[in-house]
Design a protein around this ligand. Structure first.
Ligand code: PHE
Length: 339
């Protein structure tokens, strides 16, 4: 046998012993490179042996190449199908994927929505950028009226405003429904020029509006109590305090008993640090002003209604004890993960 053929035979022997030693996918990969790669043994044979003068030699090398390919893929199949430690163990726990969740404001909105839907309210979303009519004028707040100073809001021009409350939805809902009854909960973003531990320039409100024949204050009280008990707990109570809004008459602030001192104002003989008086303020409410009912296209002689507008962040903070509203809008995952 010529030296060239001996070289080919030697490679065959080397392959046989290499195959015995490689029982992993990585091992097979390495052999592929060693024999069939660019700098591999086969290519070196093609480059160094005199294939031009001995055509049979070229065929021998090609046969060797085929053999190597067959042997490697046989070995690969054996590894993949065998029951050795290389096979996939389904019992090994996987790498856990971090789970996302709804932001806590979205969770609160969902919870609030569900409470009112269970009372037969319909969830609405009305414009957060609106005209002066829906935002103020149509709500019985004429241009130049001092009530406009209560809410420092963002005007985009003389007529277009980033709404400082969700009450603009009242007129939109009446226009949409055209006749009573109305039972809507409008939840949306609101904007005010403010920032401190309990106020952000953007926040959320939920606005309830009920209009029908013979709606009176007791209906408002019932809905308020139901919300307070469902959202904060069965042991909580509410009360009305006289207040003033241009778009309701009479108007109220709604208070809810403090969860820390259970409404007593005292914790172990010292004044409660959370509420001082036993009560926490929930937000505004009242009986819809006849002018607003008229502006919505309804007849105030034939129907009456109540409305309320409360803050999503506010009720969430009251319930969870989050001390600073700005935490809610920070992107600190450690904080958000607690919810
Ligand atoms: N719009 C009022 C506010 O933002 C709340 C309110 C809504 C009061 C509906 C009465 C009726 O403070």
């Amino acid at each position: 046998m010529g030296t060239n053929l001996i070289e080919i035979e030697n490679i065959k022997k080397e392959l046989a012993s290499d195959l015995k030693k490689s029982s992993s996918l990585e091992g097979i990969d390495m052999l592929k490179t060693k024999y069939l790669g660019k700098q591999g043994k086969i290519n070196i044979l093609f480059k160094t042996l005199p294939i031009k003068t001995d055509p049979k030699l070229g065929k021998k090398i090609n046969d060797l190449k085929d053999l190597i390919q067959t042997k490697l893929s046989e070995q690969l199949t054996t590894i993949l199908t065998s029951d050795n430690k290389m096979s996939f163990d389904v019992s090994i726990p996987g790498t856990p994927m971090p789970r996302g969740s709804l932001h806590l404001i979205s969770q609160a909105i969902e919870e609030i929505e569900n409470i009112f839907v269970s009372l037969g309210f319909v969830r609405r979303r009305y414009p957060e950028v609106d005209t002066d009519w829906y935002y103020a004028e149509g709500l019985n707040i004429p241009k130049g009226h001092p009530a406009r100073d209560d809410q420092e809001t963002f005007y985009l021009d003389d007529n277009i405003v980033l709404t400082a409350h969700t009450s603009n939805g009242q007129l939109h809902e009446m226009e949409l429904k055209k006749t009573p009854p109305i039972k809507m909960i409008n939840i949306g973003k609101t904007y005010r020029r403010q920032i401190d531990t309990t106020h952000t320039p953007m926040f959320h409100q939920f606005e309830g509006l009920v209009i029908d024949k013979d709606i009176n204050i007791t209906h408002l009280l019932g809905v308020t109590e139901y919300f307070a008990k469902s959202y904060f707990g069965q042991d909580r109570h509410t009360r009305l305090r006289p207040h003033h809004f241009q778009f309701t008459e009479p108007s109220f602030e709604i208070d809810i008993t403090c969860g820390v001192c259970s409404g007593s104002g005292m914790v172990e003989k010292t004044p409660c640090k959370v509420c001082k008086s036993g009560w926490l303020e929930l937000g505004g409410a009242g009986m819809v002003h006849p002018n607003v009912i008229k502006n919505g296209g309804f007849n105030p002689e034939e129907c009456s209604g109540f409305a309320f507008g409360w803050g999503v962040e506010r009720v969430l903070m009251m319930k969870t004890g989050i001390p600073d509203i700005r935490l809610i809008y920070s992107d600190d995952i450690r904080f958000l993960n607690q919810f």
